[in-house]
Design a binder for this molecule. Structure first.
Ligand code: FES
Ligand code: FES
Length: 157
């Protein structure tokens, strides 16, 4: 299969790659670009483990052809860490509240929460639960995850 050129912004940096046309975004991120923070669960668009932000909106990268991000901006969990190496307030809050157990859902949870807080800096519990409803957590029972997002929202005051 012939390769095609793809250029996009990844975590604020310009990336140019040559890929097979059927490459999925999650495979480009993990296997070509080496960003393993984006997880693979179902590969069917059902569990949210593979969530990234595309132009600020959460998308399931396991069902998105990589060529669809041509000229656009992608943010992965690695992109949330600040330039000085410190953690984003959401990442910090997840750690402090015990919202991370096995951690498999955490990148998807945090990126969905990031998109929510960008649009709605003071969400209530129902709004948080709705925003995170596309991400499955098998460990935590969700309560601490919701609490982490609430605390991050408070910390952003
Ligand atoms: S791995 Fe993409 S939604 Fe489950
Ligand atoms: S912390 Fe294990 S799946 Fe959510």
């Amino acid at each position: 299969m012939n390769s095609l050129d793809l250029a996009f912004q990844l975590n604020g940096r310009a990336v140019k790659v040559s890929i097979a046309p059927d490459t999925l975004l999650v495979d480009l991120l993990r296997h070509v670009l080496g960003l393993k923070g984006t997880k693979i669960g179902c590969r069917e668009g059902e569990c949210g483990a593979c969530t990234v932000l595309l132009d600020g909106q959460p998308v399931n990268s396991c069902i998105l052809p990589a060529l669809k991000v041509q000229g656009r901006s992608v943010v992965t969990i690695e992109g949330l860490t600040r330039a000085d190496g410190s953690l984003d307030s959401l990442q910090q809050a997840f750690i402090e509240t015990g919202a991370v157990q096995c951690g498999f859902c955490t990148p998807g949870m945090i990126l969905n929460a990031k998109a929510l807080l960008a649009e709605n800096p003071k969400p209530d519990e129902a709004e948080i639960r709705r925003a995170l409803s596309g991400v499955l957590c098998r460990c935590t029972g969700y309560q601490k995850i919701v609490q982490a997002v609430r605390e991050a929202a408070g910390a952003a005051e």
